[in-house]
Design a protein around this ligand. Structure first.
Ligand code: ZN
Length: 167
């Protein structure tokens, strides 16, 4: 492949990245051998990082700082809410940071995250654990390619080469 695509909506971008907090702690990271692929323009990644990558090409490396409003949102002061342990499958190991989907009164699905487990109560938080935090990315664009029709209809890439099997 010799095409040198400019990152835009509808393209799959393969990234190697490290995400650090303002304190320098590594929150998440990929490797060049096991990079992250996302579909540009499909809300696969936080808006601030997507905007920073628009117009870039293979070989781009750089640091991207994303403020909370362009990341996982500002954090409000609502405390995590207790849910009885019995609301979760009994054989499931519950731990802080785990994400679940809940179903609202109108059937809408919304994610919640476990804040902590105390006895038979599980405290869940509707806010992403990284809400209110600035995100410091170090990124390297390893590949840019056209998404397959299947990937476009799914709204996400099927791995760096488009051939990963899933669901
Ligand atoms: Zn899919």
């Amino acid at each position: 492949m010799s095409e040198n695509l400019i990152i835009a909506d509808g393209l799959v971008v393969v990234l190697n990245y490290t995400l650090r907090s303002d304190e320098g702690e590594v929150i998440d990271a990929s490797t060049r051998e096991d990079p992250m692929a996302y579909l540009h323009g499909a809300d696969n990644i936080v808006p601030g990082l997507e905007q920073a990558l628009t117009g870039k090409t293979v070989g781009f490396t750089g640091k991207v700082r994303v403020e909370p409003e362009d990341g996982y949102g500002e954090r409000d002061d609502l405390p995590p809410q207790p849910v009885p342990r019995s609301a979760f499958p009994p054989d499931m190991k519950l731990a802080a940071g785990m994400q679940f989907m809940t179903e609202g009164p109108n059937g809408e699905h919304a994610p919640v995250w476990i804040d902590r487990v105390e006895g038979d109560q599980v405290f869940v938080d509707p806010q992403h654990p990284l809400a209110g935090k600035a995100l410091n990315f170090e990124v390297e664009v390893l590949a840019v390619r056209t998404a397959t029709a299947n990937e476009m209809s799914h709204g996400h890439p099927h791995g760096p080469d488009g051939h990963s099997h899933h669901h």
